[in-house]
Design a protein around this ligand. Structure first.
Ligand code: NAP
Length: 296
């Protein structure tokens, strides 16, 4: 079957151009430049690359960006002090704390210390709760990016059997919640699978849409996918590679070569969901700068 490749990179560039246009308008009217701050702790290669990419993307759309870096020996109280300072910094519209954090710091405590009105990652319980009941909120970036891809490719979701593999708070749970909301994209019949799920293969074979978000390279194979399915690959695991300068490459959760020919639509890795995650963060920051979700 000839499949359609969902080009997340192209859609992300299109959205960046749209955001840059809005920023130019704000500045032309004498408004303040949107400002995103990012806190990073330690020197995890993946996290440092993401943060550098976020800063570059901010620059591309005309945002101001600030990166605040701490060594991984930083104490929780010092981090909380920085969060308090960003909460009270009127120039910063939104900020995020790059996860994961070192073991001695409670991620939940850090997330809950962020003023929910500046929580452009959408991880604060207030934003998660509002999203769950369909109220305006900052929706976490990866799920928002996945929905945007479905929308821009006009992929039908109403009444479709959608299987989400993975139940994390940042991807699996929110994307499942969004796909079941009374809206488009949404109105799907959603099944969430995880490491304790039985008959995962059979469940996947019934799916019209599969969102693979488990972080197991090439987990989803052709025998788990029905003809004509839509497959969204969220996985990004670094695996060793002799073909790249860095010595590794990003590998998705889908065995692309054998699954793609069965699909109507499929995302590649890289170039699928990844670029959409960053633009969703930019979008949330623009919403924060415009005070669209929380006017005060
Ligand atoms: P996570 O917190 O590790 O959660 C993984 C989930 O997958 C868990 O719910 C786990 O089940 C489930 N799982 C693991 N092995 C399984 C198996 N063999 N069968 C069924 N379910 C299984 O991961 P995450 O943060 O959601 O991220 C998932 C993947 O997406 C990772 O590769 C990550 O790098 C990637 N990611 C990419 C982006 C992007 O922008 N492209 C953004 C975020 C994450 P249990 O709950 O039972 O343990």
């Amino acid at each position: 079957m000839p499949y359609n490749l969902i080009d997340g990179k192209a859609i992300a560039n299109q959205i960046k151009t749209e955001i840059a246009g809005e920023v130019a308008e704000i500045i032309a009217k004498g408004g303040k430049r949107p400002h995103l701050a990012v806190i990073i702790v330690g020197h995890d290669g993946g996290s440092e690359a993401y943060v550098a990419h976020k800063a570059k993307s901010c620059e591309q759309v005309g945002f101001r960006s600030t990166t605040i870096a701490f060594e991984d020996t930083v104490g929780e109280s010092e981090l909380l002090k920085e969060i308090d300072s960003l909460n009270n910094n009127a120039d910063v519209d939104g900020f995020i704390v790059q996860l994961p954090l070192p073991k001695h710091i409670s991620e939940q405590k850090i997330i809950e210390a962020i003023d929910y009105r500046k929580d452009v990652d959408g991880f604060h319980p207030i934003n998660v709760g509002k999203m769950s009941i369909g109220l305006p909120s900052y929706v976490s970036a990866t799920p928002a990016g996945i929905l945007e891809l479905l929308k821009r490719y006009d992929i039908a979701t109403a009444g479709k059997n959608c299987v989400v593999i993975g139940r994390s708070n940042i991807v699996g749970k929110p994307v499942a919640m969004l796909l079941m909301q009374k809206a488009y994209p949404g109105d799907a019949t959603v099944t969430i699978c995880h490491s304790r799920t039985k008959n995962l293969k059979e469940i996947c074979r019934e799916a019209d849409i599969i969102i693979a978000a488990l972080g197991r390279p090439e987990f989803l194979t052709a025998d788990m996918v029905k003809e004509g399915a839509v497959v969204i690959d969220v996985g990004t695991t670094r695996v060793p590679s002799e073909q790249t300068k860095s010595g590794f490459r990003l590998c998705g959760d889908v065995k692309f070569d054998e699954v793609a020919p069965k699909c109507s639509y499929i995302t590649p890795v890289p170039g699928g969901v990844g670029p959409m995650t960053i633009v969703s963060l930019l979008r949330n920051t623009l919403l924060a700068a415009k005070k669209e979700i929380y006017p005060t």
